[in-house]
Design a protein around this ligand. Structure first.
Ligand code: ATP
Length: 139
């Protein structure tokens, strides 16, 4: 089956939304096949967010992702890569549609980085790359 990497970001964990995110994933019919809570390392984040290096929100993003534990989940199911992106909603929580994780649970906090509760891989290639970063090449 297809796989994606979901991260409940530090804001989602701190606000107690981990269960709500996983509930929506499972209610949709996808399967959580790996799950771990821990702190990200600077090296993992540099690799994960390599495409954003040099952008104004890059350092605030890395600092935010280091600010508390994250929950990492490998999620399986046919079509799960675009499927989870639909569940998550638009990157900007103010614009994200109601019914989505970011639209229902997120807001603009007036910070340099959008704290938008979750990450989901944007392609099958990204999912494989990111899963290897966070869980190792054998994952
Ligand atoms: P993610 O990769 O986390 O699922 P995404 O694919 O919707 O989110 P990206 O464009 O990959 O968004 O950006 C990564 C993260 O950087 C976003 O989730 C958000 O936290 C932050 N971000 C992106 N664009 C901006 C911006 N213009 N201003 C502030 N923060 C931003």
């Amino acid at each position: 089956p297809d796989r994606t990497l979901v991260i409940v970001k530090p804001d989602g964990v701190a606000r107690g939304l981990t269960g709500e995110v996983l509930r929506r994933v499972e209610a949709k019919g996808y399967r959580v096949v790996r799950l771990e809570m821990r702190r990200a390392t600077p090296d993992e984040l540099a690799r994960h967010y390599a495409e954003h290096e040099g952008k104004p929100f890059y350092q605030p993003l890395v600092d935010f992702m280091l600010s508390g534990p994250v929950v990492l989940a490998v999620v399986e199911g046919h079509g799960v890569v675009p499927g989870f992106r639909s569940l998550a909603g638009a990157t900007d929580p103010t614009a994200a549609a109601p019914g989505t994780i970011r639209g229902d649970l997120g807001r603009d906090w007036g910070l340099k980085v959008q704290q938008n509760i979750v990450h989901g891989s944007d392609s099958a290639e990204s999912a494989a790359r990111e899963t290897a970063i966070w869980f190792g090449a054998d994952a």
